[in-house]
Design a protein around this ligand. Structure first.
Ligand SMILES: C[S@@+](CC[C@H](N)C(=O)[O-])C[C@H]1O[C@@H](n2cnc3c(N)ncnc32)[C@H](O)[C@@H]1O
Length: 457
């Protein structure tokens, strides 16, 4: 008979095997399993922590495991992941005593395998308990050391080293393995921010205002997702860097706006709120199912100025005439290297080749969408990634090929005070690193037409 602790770790192991070996998205697999599991709320939180934590530290845990096991390549996948899960708990979670972790892990090994595997698990974990783990500072290659210490693939650390230098890369990798603060965006047509803060405070949830958006709040303590104001859709959970995108669109009431890559609708609904639901927003996404999420979100937030549809951004000229929109948002599909804290599996699944292909798609989308912008309009381009090829270099190459456009220099004046001297600021936009604001890594820039009538070419 399995006890509750064992059952919980068994489920965690199944989830890790699915994400780690079959490439499932962590948040989707966890959601699915949690729905079926009938675990108590507290246990669900621990299960989520075990899965995210183990995934986040996978390469470090692999290094430790391989240090102690003689022929690691011969281990079955479930044994490998059982080691990662067990060592994660011993090394990173203070609340569970080592003897309890070892006991549960050995029981799982007995149930899933045989006595030999149980003995191996017992032997390795007891050695770690007695002697501790190897010192990662002894790894001599700087990039390899950082890769193992912070569990980022070698190619990615090397790429960031070359693009941003050692200091920024180190800070970024370290931030990516740390806990991330949660932020929310109030729906101002439903409740004022100060009122919401007061209501939450009365129920023991401490918040502070965001330096990025006057709709933003940072949760300092307490679980806001269990609060009635969340069920009432008085706010949306949104990262602060993500909030900054709509903040930098210079939005006014009554505008006609295109959101070309809009699902699941975080930024579309923010734009609608900023317009006080007064204007027209056309929100599209390549995938029908995802576009439906935008409509759902708009409905929950009682926003009516959004028209949702399934469309390829590269073919929008079939639907809309040239120079239709006052503002356009291209929140482009990207490699997602800025959101590694919330989606730990991304770092192991992405390949360098994906980046080249994404940069081509991003440029293609920009090229096809920009003619829809009014001559005095503004287009904001953003990604949730940290990579020059998809951001600065893509923009530079686009502008080189399309001299009728330029970066809108007033964009930089509108940056919030906390980002005015950010390290990621260049003539092509701003790269926000996760360590800048304890938020997601994002790139944002703003493009407009350039009056070339006086320029001879
Ligand atoms: C970064 S996400 C957008 C996030 C969204 N703006 C938000 O804030 O919730 C990029 C979206 O672009 C969509 N996409 C990818 N290729 C596209 C294309 N060719 N045309 C339109 N949408 C596309 C993806 O399905 C994905 O939902």
């Amino acid at each position: 008979m399995k006890n509750e602790n064992q059952r919980l770790r068994d489920i965690a192991l199944d989830i890790l095997l699915t994400i780690g070996e079959s490439g499932g998205f962590s948040h989707l697999v966890i959601d699915q399993k949690l729905k079926k599991s009938q675990l108590e709320l507290r246990d669900k939180a621990l299960l989520t922590e075990l899965v995210y934590g183990t995934m986040q530290h996978k390469l470090t845990l692999q290094y430790y495991t391989n240090y102690f096991v003689k022929k690691p390549e011969k281990m079955k996948n479930w044994v490998k992941w059982l080691f990662y899960l067990s060592i994660y708990q011993m090394e990173y979670l203070e609340k569970i005593p080592d003897h309890a972790i070892i006991h549960e892990s050995v029981e799982i090994a007995k149930n899933r395998g045989h006595k030999g595997i149980a003995n191996l698990v017992n032997g390795v974990l007891r050695t770690i308990q007695r002697n501790g783990l190897p010192d990662l500072n002894n790894i001599t290659d700087l990039i390899e050391r950082l890769s193992i210490q912070t569990s980022h693939p070698y190619w990615l650390v090397k790429r960031w080293f070359l693009q941003f230098g050692e200091e920024i890369t180190r800070e970024m990798c370290e931030t990516n393995t740390a806990h991330k603060q949660m932020s929310i965006r109030v729906q101002p047509l439903k409740i004022r921010r100060d009122e919401l803060m007061k209501q939450l405070e009365n129920d023991g949830i401490h918040t502070k205002t965001s330096p990025i958006s006057d709709q933003g709040m940072i949760i300092e303590e307490g679980n806001v997702l269990n609060h009635e104001t969340f069920q009432q859709h008085f706010f949306t959970v949104q990262d602060e860097s993500s909030m900054l995108v709509a903040e930098l669109m210079d939005i006014k009431q009554g505008m006609t706006i295109l959101d070309s890559c809009s699902a699941p609708g975080g930024k579309t609904t923010h734009i609608a709120e900023k317009m006080q639901d007064n204007g027209e927003i056309y929100a599209y996404d390549l995938h029908e199912k995802k576009a439906k999420l935008v409509a759902k979100k708009a409905k929950e937030l009682d926003l009516t100025c959004i028209q949702v549809g399934q469309k390829d951004a590269r073919k929008l000229q079939e639907t809309h005439s040239k120079e239709t929109f006052d503002r356009i948002l291209v929140d482009a599909p990207c490699s997602g290297l800025g959101v590694l804290r919330s989606k730990p599996d991304i770092r192991y699944n992405k390949k360098e080749e994906d980046i080249h292909q994404l940069a081509r798609i991003q440029k293609d989308i920009l090229t096809h969408v920009l003619p829809l912008l009014k001559k005095d309009g503004k287009l904001v381009y953003s990604t949730c990634t940290v990579d020059k090829e998809e951001n600065e270099q893509m923009i530079q190459s686009f502008l080189d090929e399309n001299p009728e456009y330029k970066i809108d220099s007033s964009f930089f004046e509108e940056l919030p005070e906390v980002l005015k001297s950010a390290k990621g600021r260049t003539q092509f936009g701003i790269q926000i690193f996760p360590q800048d604001l304890d938020s997601d890594g994002f790139f944002i820039t703003r493009i407009m037409y350039q009056d070339n009538s006086n320029v001879s070419r």
